[in-house]
Design a protein around this ligand. Structure first.
Ligand SMILES: [Zn+2]
Length: 249
């Protein structure tokens, strides 16, 4: 163990995972576009990938803050053709630049055939697919790996890189190591050591910062990365350059 107080990285950032809207029930969270923009300013975040289950709310926010927000469409594959049509409309007409899938929230397995038409659209529009990871039974890294294996030319961002469970985090790293179309996003993942391990094992270009605001406070998410013992070049990559290169911002 290395003993020392980490210095916070003040450089520019891209947030690969942010929300606005209301998350009721157990979460009890809420935030507005204005609040998120103000928060981004505090932490020198230049752009955020924005998604929420109410896609219209995201569309309005992106129209209002085109410099700050990049819209991701959030379909529910259980809706069949309706979800594919939503994806097409968002990518073509609203100029959204990514797709978000939440297998746990919407109750489907990542590699289920109902997801394939959505992946075909991702391929056609050349946009990344960000997928929530870290909770059984629907969003485990191994299952996301099965999907990534079937769509090797589609960029998949594994959100939370396994989330709160050490075994899942290990699996996220191993799955991404095996499949180079998988990128890891760090929000909500508690182990600073795994940030460093992912950079070393998966690759310096394939790990990126995300806050998952308002679920997590950026200060905590940023400081965890700053505790990982990365050098200046690696910090610039994980906080900014990797998302810029990969997500097409
Ligand atoms: Zn989230």
């Amino acid at each position: 163990m290395k003993v020392g107080i980490p210095k916070r990285y003040e450089g520019r950032k891209i947030d690969a995972h942010a929300h606005i809207g209301k998350f009721g029930s157990w979460a009890g969270l809420e935030s507005t576009a204005e609040e998120l923009v103000a928060q981004m300013k505090l932490y020198n975040v230049k752009k955020s990938a924005l998604f929420y289950s109410d896609n219209d709310l995201v569309r309005q926010a992106v129209e209002k803050y085109p410099e700050q927000f990049v819209g991701y469409v959030w379909p529910n594959p259980n809706d069949g053709e309706k979800s594919t049509e939503l994806v097409r409309r968002a990518l073509r007409d609203w100029k959204f630049k990514g797709i978000k899938l939440h297998p746990l929230f919407n109750a489907f397995l990542p590699n289920d055939k109902i997801v394939y038409p959505i992946m075909e659209e991702a391929r056609r529009f050349k946009v990344p697919v960000a997928i929530h990871s870290g909770h059984p039974p629907f969003s485990l890294p191994w299952s996301i790996g099965e999907l990534a294996e079937n769509f090797r030319d589609v960029t998949i961002v594994m959100l939370h890189m396994g989330h709160g469970h050490g075994i899942y985090i290990h699996a996220a790293i191993n799955t991404a190591r095996r499949l180079d179309n998988i990128y890891l996003e760090t929000s909500g993942m508690p182990m600073h050591t795994k940030v460093k391990e992912a950079m070393d094992v998966v690759g310096e270009n394939r790990v990126m910062y995300g806050s998952d605001s308002p679920f997590h406070e950026p200060a905590v998410e940023i400081d965890r990365i700053c505790s990982a013992g990365l050098n200046e070049r690696q910090l610039e990559k994980i906080f900014y350059q990797n998302a810029l290169d990969t997500l097409g911002f």
